[in-house]
Design a protein around this ligand. Sequence first.
Ligand code: NAP
Length: 454
Amino acid sequence: MPIQSINPINNQLIQEFEEHTDKDIEKVLSRAESTYNHWRRVAFAERTQLMLAAAAQLKQRKTHYAQLMTDEMGKVKQEAIAEVEKCALTCEYYAERAEKFLADESLSVPEGEAYIAYDPIGAVLAVMPWNFPFWQVVRFAAPNLMAGNVGILKHASNVPQCALALEEVFREAGFPEGAFQTLLISNEQVNYLLEDRRVRAATLTGSEGAGSSVARKAGEQIKKTVLELGGSDPFIVLADADVAQAAEIGVKARMINCGQSCIAAKRFIIHRSIYDDFVTLFLQKMQQLKQGNPNEVETDYGPMARADLADELVNQVQKSVAKGAKVLLGGARPNREGAFLDATVLTNISPGTPAYDEELFGPVACLFKVDSEDEAIRIANDSPYGLGGSVWTQDIERGKVLARQIESGAVYINKMMASHPAVPFGGVKLSGYGRELSHLGIREFVNQKTVWIN
Ligand code: NAP
């Protein structure tokens, strides 16, 4: 079946691509193996130069790459440019620090001398989602190429142009052919790759269904995986919080990328004493957002990435409403072409409804009123997910206490969740396992080898 690039502004086909065949896959695997045998021995200084060249290439062509994202998945152009800039920053981050992160680490032993050496492992398969089509890939590629591994990308089927452009970034930066390759393939072909001895590990960012399928197959082959899956992050506003600031940032945290972010604030858990004030401000800010063409500067949020995703989200909202949830704002697809969905706010949400139990991956905020901090934590943790979360309070020490009680891979205090190359990123529970970014991310796919000398 051809892979289609469809513009979600109007659901028009932009371009079709033929899927790569088994023969193409074989070529990619054999190139990956021979490149790895050379690349693993290349000095850090040379890898650094190439990674800095990749950063320069991203900066130089940022408008072009941003346009590909806007066209294929509807990201607002300014957010798309910022995404490419963040990719460049991450390439620079690892170019400058990889050698230090992977330096031999001496061990205290009863006799002789011992240390840990961090060796590369080979070709790593990356299965990636469409929501941050450049960022998700670069946060995998930059540390792994610097570590001496080579990468094979299977991107989401709706962003083939982005997938091919990412291969171009590394090729034009001067990386050897085979260091980073893109395959346009089906999910079934992913299994074929996982079974091949030349693929040594896999990382997947996406839904838990996809994650569990790839992890199962990799597990059969005793291959390591890192999984970055869904999230339903709590945004807890305590009685002493700066309500105006929390409401303003809360709207941003929910609506970035038209709500299609794994670490978007999805469940707003608000203390009863400030609930009404928060809701008034939150609704005001949500109503002020301008929905429209993502290419226009005044647009705050564009269409969702695909029409079927917008339909599915409306379905989750309607099922929740049928079981008692109340719509304070939006709740429907507007009367226009494209994958649009109006900014939506729900309240009165009970367990057993999609709004309570599932991830709402789009512009829908869920509000909960609570009587105490204990109740806030109980609701925050009453989710199958555990990716991020935030706490809003003027009492930082209290915030830190609550942060330790939230079951998630990260908690930010008085700050919107956002990734940064310097901080580890990843989840617990159904949000997955393993960490990306920082010094932890670069150590996921290396052989942590012990050397002991008598
Ligand atoms: P998805 O449907 O799971 O797709 C993600 C990737 O997995 C795509 O490349 C997809 O390919 C592939 N895939 C799907 N099923 C597969 C299978 N059975 N075997 C092998 N590969 C498979 O997820 P999505 O809808 O694109 O992305 C949204 C989800 O990703 C949300 O849950 C979001 O929270 C999560 N996400 C998590 C993070 C994080 O860092 N934790 C970041 C961003 C997004 P096709 O497109 O060809 O199906």
